[in-house]
Design a protein around this ligand. Structure first.
Ligand SMILES: NC(=O)C1=CN([C@@H]2O[C@H](COP(=O)(O)OP(=O)(O)OC[C@H]3O[C@@H](n4cnc5c(N)ncnc54)[C@H](O)[C@@H]3O)[C@@H](O)[C@H]2O)C=CC1
Ligand SMILES: O=C(O)C(=O)[C@H](O)COP(=O)(O)O
Length: 384
């Protein structure tokens, strides 16, 4: 069996080597010609998988080691009887870490706590639910807009996007890119909704770039300049709009989900799906392919505001400014598109917050409840 595998997929040999011969190709460079004698195609989000790529090839199984599936023409795969699997939820923890790190960082920069702000979550699936739980655990006032869920579950607990915009200080977008239908998300934040944002609002997008009208966002940032953009995803990646990039307070190259843990979980889920497709046992576990974290634990022994304590813990594993600076440097050196992809291809090691054990001693034990609810793996020492 011959497998074409995106070069940006970690542990490819461990996960797919037993199935056959692997050829690794950068995802944006995979073409129809590479698939002439391929049986399996394993991608991430940057390879459009459709009739143009697959017609008249022997490919019988496609896997994407990502949550998002907007790059896949699933109707075409179904019509051709080609097996398909994605990796729902694989890097949702990493994205939630990114959001916490970004919001805590911005709050510190502005000198006003996150706890005093109302955060609106648009799209409360695997990622949005985690962000909601962590922020509520910290004590933040949260509002949620998710019309598909509201239609299924009843409207209690959900608000409209207009109500959320009117009420919230922070908007976090975690919607998939859906191009048509009653819940389409392309330009969900359009010019009208961007104009309606209250001065001082932060807009964070870690879903898909096309969910925001980038030109309209740029006009608001460049004109009144009274809102703040924290952007991980962009229209036209990797050749993103340099002017919008320059105006964003946080500008990262679509890496919110790029923890080692999240990427390996994605590889592993597709390993299992391919094994099921081939009717063999997929026996690998995350422990087989994921090394222990270098920073295993830290100890807090003094009481402090819970937001400061959480910022300390989150920063011990990840600081979004590192990735902001990385993109700025690489874009400056190699141009935007090449710099954007270079950051992703050579992404520095990052582990998830849950890999860190936070030991609480003495008076700091009072922080156990909120820190655990905000996503920390807490161990409180018994009272002396
Ligand atoms: N920046 C990054 O590195 C990453 C980005 N993503 C993106 O985040 C998206 C969300 O991921 P998950 O939460 O795992 O997906 P999910 O499918 O679990 O949840 C998506 C949620 O959005 C809701 N939704 C759909 N249309 C909506 C609309 N018009 N308005 C409001 N809500 C709507 C759905 O009902 C669902 O609850 C992915 O589809 C992917 O595009 C995912 C992982 C990493
Ligand atoms: O899982 C998803 O959906 C994502 O957006 C991925 O984290 C994107 O990863 P790449 O495809 O850009 O490597």
């Amino acid at each position: 069996m011959h497998l074409i595998v995106d070069a940006n997929i970690p542990a490819a040999d461990a996960c797919f080597g037993a199935f056959g011969r692997i050829t690794r190709i950068p995802g944006r460079e995979i073409t129809r010609a590479h698939l002439d004698n391929a049986d399996v195609l394993i991608v991430r989000s940057v390879t459009p998988v459709n009739e143009a790529l697959l017609a008249d090839t022997p490919v019988r199984f496609v896997g994407t080691c990502t949550i998002g599936t907007d790059h896949i023409d699933r109707d075409y795969l179904t019509a051709q009887g080609i097996g398909f699997a994605s990796a729902p939820g694989c890097n949702a923890e990493a994205v939630a870490d990114y959001v916490l790190a970004a919001l805590l960082g911005q709050a510190e920069r502005e000198g006003r706590p996150l706890l005093e702000r109302c955060v609106g979550i648009v799209g409360a699936g695997s990622v949005g639910r985690r962000v909601q739980a962590r922020l509520e655990g910290l004590g933040v006032d949260v509002a949620v807009c998710d019309p598909p869920r509201a239609a299924r579950e009843g409207s209690a607990g959900f608000v409209s996007l207009e109500a959320l915009i009117a009420r919230c200080d922070v908007l976090c977008l975690h919607t998939p890119l859906v191009r048509k239908g009653p819940y389409a998300t392309r330009h969900l934040l359009d010019a009208g909704r961007i104009a309606a944002l209250r001065p001082g609002t932060w807009v964070l997008n870690a879903g898909r770039g096309d969910c925001i009208d980038g030109d309209a966002l740029y006009r608001r940032l460049d004109g009144p300049g009274d809102i703040t953009a924290l952007l991980d995803v962009w229209e036209n990646e990797p050749g993103i709009d340099a002017a919008l990039h320059a105006r964003a307070a946080l500008a990262t190259p679509h890496i919110a989900g790029y923890s080692l843990d999240g990427k390996l979980r994605g590889s592993l889920m597709i390993h299992r799906a391919l094994a099921a497709h081939q009717k063999v046992a997929g026996t690998l576990t995350l422990d087989d392919i994921c090394p222990p974290a270098a920073l295993a634990e830290l100890t807090l022994g003094r009481i402090m505001p819970v937001e400061d304590a959480l910022r300390l813990c989150v920063r011990a594993v990840y600081d979004t400014r590192r990735d902001h600076d990385l993109l700025a440097r690489r874009a400056n050196k190699s141009g935007m598109a090449a710099g954007f992809d270079a950051c992703r291809a050579h992404y520095p090691l990052r582990r998830e917050l849950a890999t860190l054990t936070v030991r609480l001693t003495g008076e700091a034990r009072a922080l156990a409840g909120p820190l655990a609810a905000a996503g920390c793996n807490v161990e409180a020492s018994p009272a002396a």
